[in-house]
Design a protein. Structure first.
Length: 212
């Protein structure tokens, strides 16, 4: 009799584990479908949406300010040339800070970042250091947040801009036209679902559209 009860308990435990696994699988599938359709319904997907927004804000505000310090105005330089040069500087800074987002819980150390920027011929002394000291903790917090959030996420480096329609791109110039993207400033924040889901669009520098 005791053996029968023990067998029933073991079978019940196995069934419970199977049911839990099935529920977890169903729950995960519903979540992925919700995110894919734009409806995030769980805490960890809300976390990724918030992290993606934080990343986009960092690039378009904090890193934009750093770009101004990295690229002081040159004599005889036009506003368009200065804007392009600063966008290129930010485009070089983003992979240094975020290349391993989602894989490591921290960015490269500050002095390592500065050394690489100096090697690129950018101005890393003076006001840049003061601003960078304020931005770096926010970058580090983003790395930590992505590492802790449920499901994997990464930045979509190497994207073919010509394969994406303009309405899936975000202009580096806040009101710019994305019909002629020239280079990537910051990649999309991508949730590694099946298929992957972009939670923020690629930020691009686009050639100005000539006036008619």
């Amino acid at each position: 009799m005791q053996n029968t009860l023990d067998d029933l308990k073991r079978q019940n435990g196995m069934l419970t584990d199977m049911v839990r696994a099935m529920l977890d699988s169903m729950r995960e599938q519903r979540v992925l479908q919700a995110v894919d359709s734009g409806r995030a319904t769980t805490d960890f997907h809300y976390q990724h949406l918030e992290l993606a927004q934080t990343y986009k804000t960092l690039v378009r505000q904090s890193l934009r300010s750093l770009g101004r310090e990295l690229c002081p105005t040159r004599d005889g330089e036009s506003p368009a040339e200065r804007t392009r040069r600063r966008a290129e500087a930010v485009g070089g800074l983003v992979p240094i800070l975020f290349e391993h987002l989602g894989r490591y819980a921290a960015p490269p150390p500050p002095e390592g970042v500065i050394t690489r920027l100096r090697a690129m011929g950018l101005a890393v002394d003076g006001l840049f250091r003061a601003q960078f000291a304020q931005v770096y903790p926010r970058v580090a917090a983003l790395h930590a947040g992505v590492a802790k959030a449920g499901l994997a996420a990464e930045l979509e480096f190497g994207v073919d801009l010509s394969a994406l329609p303009a309405n899936q791109l975000l202009s580096w110039e806040l009101e710019g036209d994305c019909t002629r993207p020239e280079f990537l400033v910051a990649p999309a924040y991508r949730l590694m679902a099946d298929p992957p889901v972009r939670l923020s669009p690629p930020i691009v520098f686009a050639a100005p559209v000539a006036a008619p």
